[in-house]
Design a protein around this ligand. Structure first.
Ligand code: DAH
Length: 345
């Protein structure tokens, strides 16, 4: 029995020497001083030993128990003391105010685009897209503006390839979204009802009202018996949903080579409701888009018979809508990435 106690003692101290943290120490305590440990078992079984052996073994076992308890207490306080500096270092003041996580948001242009697309989608228009780098053919030629057509001057163009070298087709950054009309009509037959949102580019010196890149949304409907009344109804409805039920609309003649007749659509001024103010330049009206009945020549080019089918088209600038709504005074704010501006929407 005595041997057993001695063996246990040397094992226990040996292992305690290798303990390096508090949780290991607890495992050690359970193993050597816990209720099921050998030492406690030995102490319990003393009663069954002959008197002489009981005395020697009992004394030694009790000594060992006390020694192990003392060693445990000392080791524990050592470990805790060596932990203190790192606890101090890693301490954190949970009473400090938190740091707000700043959430991103959609750009005002994106918000407006989504609104426009939602309105036309609910009227049965499909949303399509076209390339921003475009052939002269789609941007001008097929839209009834052959080379040297004076209307090309309406669109200050950024050329990618002038097409002057033999075999090169002239290529440009699209100046409007109207070329998507041609791409859609080449690929599909009436009935057609699409809108085409996207970026357009102009060779422009920028100022408060001009940007060299901005967004447009194009619209096109082609079917049998489409009339100017359908165009009016559609755009009236659009203007009321976007700018409010009480909105008035004005249609006036305008010229675009790819429509006949062409119209300019205006709404009564949001600020003065027609009385005349700074926002509307004292006219009471604010132009919001160009539109018209698709020119028969344009239909013919994409093999749609203008004797059977007719269509309307429209195109609008997107930034103009938040500019009007919020009274934004400089279009350059949209794409100069100033968070003080962008966070307001
Ligand atoms: N593409 C024209 C522009 O950028 C806007 C426009 C006018 C589009 C009349 C149309 C339209 O579809 O019918 O100035």
């Amino acid at each position: 029995m005595l041997n057993q106690v001695e063996e246990l003692a040397s094992k226990a101290f040996d292992e305690l020497g290798r303990v390096t943290d508090v949780s290991e120490l607890e495992v050690w305590r359970i193993r050597y001083l816990g209720r099921k440990s050998s030492l406690i078992q030995i102490l319990r079984s003393l009663a069954t030993l002959p008197l002489k052996e009981r005395r020697t073994a009992g004394t030694r076992a009790n000594e060992l128990k006390r020694a192990l308890e003392d060693a445990f207490t000392e080791k524990k306080s050592n470990l805790e003391r060596s932990l203190a500096p790192s606890l101090q270092r890693e301490s954190l003041d949970i009473t400090l105010p938190g740091q707000r996580v700043s959430l991103g948001r959609l750009h005002p242009t994106t918000q407006t685009l989504e609104e426009i697309c939602d309105i036309f989608s609910s009227m049965g228009f499909q949303v399509v897209e076209g390339p921003e780098v475009e052939w002269d053919y789609y941007n001008f030629e097929a839209l009834n503006m052959p080379v040297d057509h004076p209307a090309r001057d309406m669109f200050a163009t950024l050329w990618v390839d002038s097409g002057t070298e033999a075999g090169d087709k002239p290529m440009l950054l699209r100046t409007h979204t109207s070329p998507v009309q041609i791409r859609v009509m080449e690929k599909s037959r009436p009935p057609i009802r699409i809108i085409a949102p996207g970026r357009v580019y102009r060779y422009e010196a920028t100022d408060a009202t001009h940007e060299w890149m901005f967004y447009q949304v194009e619209g096109l409907a082609v079917d049998k018996n489409i009339t100017l009344a359908d165009l009016k109804g559609t755009l009236f409805e659009f203007a009321r949903r976007l700018f409010g039920e009480e909105r008035k609309c004005r249609f006036r003649c305008d010229y675009f080579p790819f429509v006949e007749p062409g119209v300019e659509v205006a709404i009564d001024c949001l600020a003065c409701r027609g009385a005349g103010c700074r926002l509307c330049g004292n006219s009471g009206w604010i132009e919001i888009l160009g539109a018209g009945m698709v020119h028969p020549e344009v239909l013919r080019r994409v093999d749609i018979d203008p004797e059977v089918y007719s269509g309307f088209a429209f195109g609008m600038g997107v930034e103009r809508i938040p500019i009007l709504r919020y009274g934004i005074e400089d279009i350059r704010l949209f794409y100069s990435n100033d968070l003080r501006f962008l966070r307001q929407f």
